[in-house]
Design a protein around this ligand. Sequence first.
Ligand code: NAI
Length: 332
Amino acid sequence: MSAPDVTVAVTGAAGQIAYSLLPRLLDGTIFGARVKVNLHLLDVTPALEALGGVKLELEDLRLPTLGRVLTTDDQETAFTGADVAVMLGAFPRKDGMERADLLKKNCHIFAEAGKSLARVGKPTCKVLVVGNPANTNAAILARNAAPTIPAQNVTALTRLDHNRLNSQLALRAGARLDDVRHAVIWGNHSSTQFPDASRATIAGTPVGEALPSADDTAWLRGDLIACVQKRGAAIIKARKLSSAMSAAKAISDHLHDLLNGADDWVSMGVASDGSYGVQPGLVYSFPCACTGGGAFQIVQGLEIDDYSRGMMKATEDELAAELQDALAAAAE
Ligand code: NAI
């Protein structure tokens, strides 16, 4: 018996992350080597010609997993029957633009997307929001897609930050990447995020023993955190473009673990249920245990010291203000 198809809607599909992501959606890692992937690719009207070129290249990949490819500037068409939606398309911040204007534009885009997904997507659709401000865009989308699509089905990408943190720890310790466990991101996908290595182990050894020098201790609470928080800005400064290759890998990792399960905690922006005192309604990055089929639990019972509590609260406050501003701007 052949495996059923899966339909993946990708917005912002003519952009740079999509260019790295689309082959990953077809390489069998996320959905399996025998599953045909129908791609519903959405972008704005002026980008349709470029999107047509992307479609030609998808055909030229000659991948047996490629199903139907549809290119469109119509949201409803793109989301019809979607099992998974990857939301890359967002209004970019332009020179001289006020933050409130950016929040307003994106609030509108993600509110409409939420309504549309609820109308024509599958109620089981897993929605991953990447376009920035990703957590707040996800919170807006989730409000508008509910109750047809439950809030737990809407996540925001903080896996890139998670991967950055884990890579830096492995590099510092000279360890294999899969020997690093339990290093996670709390909060917003922004410079207030809290990259938390306090519970990390490296090849089973607590990070403080694996990296024991005074320099290491200072690095763990200082430069490591700043490096991960500012990594996106460092890449933009160097490349004059934001992260794309690593963002596409992170999206692939996020979807893989969400759909297939993971043997370590992963960081995902998810609707807060009040865990660790985080205000419900915010989409906040927590350590999550993925069990497959889109199911996950926020890891419970972690002890939070005063330093961590302060870091977690600062990024929560930013998210609360962002959501409030977005909703206020949208109501104007
Ligand atoms: P890009 O500018 O190359 O592509 C964005 C695409 O979205 C463009 O083709 C544009 O025409 C399209 N678009 C804009 N508004 C749209 C709408 N309303 N509907 C459909 N398509 C629309 O940007 P790139 O590099 O691909 O990044 C995409 C987003 O991901 C950006 O918002 C970026 O800030 C964000 N990002 C998030 C990361 C995360 O870890 N959460 C990491 C890296 C980027």
